[in-house]
Write a protein that binds this ligand. Structure first.
Ligand code: ATP
Length: 258
């Protein structure tokens, strides 16, 4: 079972962003990361991926310090869907998703039947078949986001790290993506996503962590972490909660004046 774990991670260029992060993720779990704008969620993901080197502390991939792992080995273990990636590329959707196979198959390796099957499945899972021949620079924002998700799936890694994957998707695609991530975790992948939607994480995640003031301020079961007092304090808005089945909804406790 794959694991990625941060111990005592400190990161900050001009000012400290991460001040001592202890956080771990294992195969089979879907974990949501909450935090206000600028809290350092993307920074933490990039440190976990080895794209930023922490100034103190260590990140271990399957028990091995990431600093000692080759980039190619990391790319075979972790797929990453960044936020708002530039798309000047003129590749078609199918070609872009096929690029997800490079870490596994190598750049010069011939495309195998297996590669084609995995790409086909990724296109299917993200509802992209009808767009397969379209150039990426002629897609809408949400379509492009789904292409990045499909590319990450095609990478077929045990760990999937997604930065605000719901942003830009229409409501149906958001719900279908959450179902898909849930399914992937059930299949044994470790899934970590940042989100600004506590209600969606409540319903789907196995665990939720809150990044606040540079540390993991809470990390536990959704029903414990995502509750009205904690969410009111986190987002600085008075909230009340309503539970219905396995869902929890929030509404503003008092209407703003005026
Ligand atoms: N390239 C950069 N250079 C300098 N500072 C940066 C850079 N990127 C982010 N920061 C700063 O690091 C801090 C954390 O940013 P980060 O993007 O990790 O936050 P976030 O929690 O993902 O925010 P959001 O919810 O808005 O996406 C912020 O104060 C931000 O201004």
């Amino acid at each position: 079972m794959a694991t990625i774990a941060a111990g005592g991670v400190v990161f900050g260029r001009e000012r400290p962003v991460l001040r001592g992060i202890d956080f771990a993720l294992s195969g089979g779990e879907m974990v949501g990361l909450l935090g206000v704008n600028g809290a350092g969620k993307s920074t933490l993901l990039r440190v976990l991926l080895g794209l930023l080197a922490p100034q103190a502390g260590v990140v271990r991939l399957n028990g091995v310090a990431l600093s000692g792992c080759r980039r190619s080995a990391i790319a075979r273990s972790m797929a990453y869907v960044p936020q708002g990636q530039d798309r000047r590329l003129s590749f078609t959707v199918a070609e872009m998703v096929m690029l997800g196979r490079v870490p596994q198959a190598g750049l010069r390796g011939a495309v195998s039947m297996r590669d084609r099957r995995i790409v086909d499945q990724a296109l299917e899972r993200l509802g992209l078949h009808a767009l397969a021949g379209r150039p990426c620079n002629a897609l809408s924002g949400g379509e492009w986001q789904r292409v990045l998700l499909a590319r990450a799936l095609a990478q077929d890694t045990p760990i999937l790290i997604l930065d605000e994957p719901l942003s830009g998707l229409d409501y149906g695609h958001q719900l279908r993506l959450l179902d898909l991530l849930r399914q992937l975790a059930w299949e044994g992948k470790a899934v970590l996503l940042t989100s600004h939607r506590p209600e969606e994480l409540f319903a789907r995640a196995d665990r939720v962590a809150v990044l606040r003031d540079g540390v993991i301020a809470a990390d536990g079961a959704p029903e414990v972490v995502i509750e009205a007092a904690a969410m009111s304090a986190l987002y600085d808005v008075p909230l009340r909660q309503v539970d219905e089945g396995r869902h929890r909804f929030f509404y503003r406790a008092e209407a703003p004046e005026g």
